[in-house]
Design a protein around this ligand. Structure first.
Ligand SMILES: *Cc1c(COP(=O)(O)O)cnc(C)c1O
Length: 392
């Protein structure tokens, strides 16, 4: 594994390098802090949702902090992660190919989710009726205050869900119920109402449930979001689980992706042109800024590598990516010094979740340098809330 160069901050890196390519600044301490927070405050297994960012250094930081469960959603993810020692994999995509089930099983995976009787039959057939399976029935729950609702694609409800629970109970060593309230859910009420629905389904089906998985969805901080503190999410979840009609030994799990890794990376870009309040930068929606372009996320930004004379007046800017495509546009508003000009560098914070995973090579872009930054993330859900230089 190559070693990454370390800098105190994006400022120091820009002064030393003035890089041609966009730079991913990785903050291993931020991933470690988030992971430790979840491990200390969640009363169950913390399974990292692998798809949010599978960079090897980041995985190392999470592992180092104590993460030993991984939620994988595809065979390539499982193949990629299988060399990590002493971890449990949960294959939580409710629709898997037969080959993927067979191969996952042969790699030692015993934990699978499903949301239909067809999928149950598939799993049983491809694992040859294994007696040691943990099977999670994925139920659909309404999204509330989620920026990325997931409710339409997966999950079963009502009488069908009760019937599937009964059928799954007959073949599972451990029966679980799982849901996902939608990514970047900024208030905890969706978890509360989802757990109430879980309770109603357990009663309706009359089954003994061994495990509850509250999924992912925990928020990160962006400029246009003030999520409820994560302790409140934990309180709502633990209260909700306490009220469930399950046996005392019922084990709970969560699957945070974004919340564990968003703060662990920044992206440093260069301004290649300024036209009024439009800045043309060297990464965009086909790179690491998909969420800024398509989901309206306003990542925190700050000018780095140069100080501007006082008074430093901040103005709202829109950003345009480097490709020829006009949807390569991040509307913001991104608050930056009015003095910003061509050749300046901008640190875009909290890009650790999904950005790197989604970035493609359209138009010849999508190559990044990678370094380590030692300073705190621009915004944090853990500890000090607002960092200097980040606009509120
Ligand atoms: C994507 C995903 C997660 C992680 O979601 P975040 O919003 O990033 O926390 C967890 N569980 C499942 C099943 C997922 O598909």
């Amino acid at each position: 594994m190559a070693k990454l160069d370390t800098f105190k901050s994006a400022n120091e890196m820009i002064e030393a390098r003035r890089p041609e390519q966009p730079v991913i600044g990785f903050r291993p301490h931020a991933a470690g802090q988030a992971a430790r927070w979840f491990l200390e405050n969640f009363q169950g297994d913390v399974a990292y949702a692998y798809k949010a960012n599978s960079n090897v250094f980041l995985l190392g930081a999470l592992y180092g902090a104590g993460i030993r469960h991984f939620d994988v959603a595809s065979l390539p993810e499982l193949e990629d992660a299988k060399t990590i020692p002493d971890v449990q994999f949960h294959f939580m995509h409710p629709v898997k190919s037969r080959h993927a089930i067979r191969r996952a099983f042969s790699l030692g995976c015993r934990s699978f989710s499903l949301d239909s009787e067809d999928e149950l039959a598939k799993i049983l057939h491809e694992t040859k009726g294994a007696k040691d399976l943990v099977l999670w029935v994925r139920i659909a729950v309404p999204a509330k205050n989620s920026r990325v609702p997931l409710e339409r694609k997966f999950g079963i409800t009502g009488t069908k869900a009760a019937r599937l629970l009964v059928k799954t109970r007959q073949v599972a060593k451990e029966l679980g119920i799982t849901f996902h309230v939608g990514s970047q859910t900024v208030t905890p009420d969706a978890y509360g109402s989802a757990l109430e629905e879980v309770g109603r389904l357990i009663v309706k089906a009359g089954v003994l449930v061994n495990r509850i998985d509250v999924g992912g969805g925990f928020p990160s901080r962006y400029t246009n979001e003030q999520p409820t503190p994560l302790v409140e999410f934990m309180r709502v979840i633990h209260d909700g689980v306490d009220r469930l009609p399950v046996a005392d030994g019922c084990r709970i799990m969560c699957e945070p992706g974004r919340a564990l890794v968003a703060e662990a990376e920044s992206l440093v870009v260069r301004v290649d042109a300024r036209r009024g309040n439009d800045l043309f930068i060297n990464d965009g929606s086909y790179g690491m800024l998909f969420d800024a372009a398509h989901l309206g996320f306003v990542f925190p930004v700050r000018l780095v590598g140069r100080t501007v004379p006082e008074p430093n007046v901040l103005k709202p800017f829109e950003l345009w990516g480097p490709t020829c495509d006009s949807i390569d546009h991040m509307k913001g508003p991104f608050l930056l010094p009015d003095a910003i000009r061509e050749g300046d560098y901008i640190e875009i914070g909290n890009t650790g979740a999904y950005a790197r995973a989604i970035a493609g090579r359209f138009n010849g872009y999508g190559e990044y340098d990678e370094v380590i930054f030692q300073d705190p993330p621009m915004y944090s859900m853990y500890g000090t809330q607002l960092r200097s230089g980040a606009a509120a």
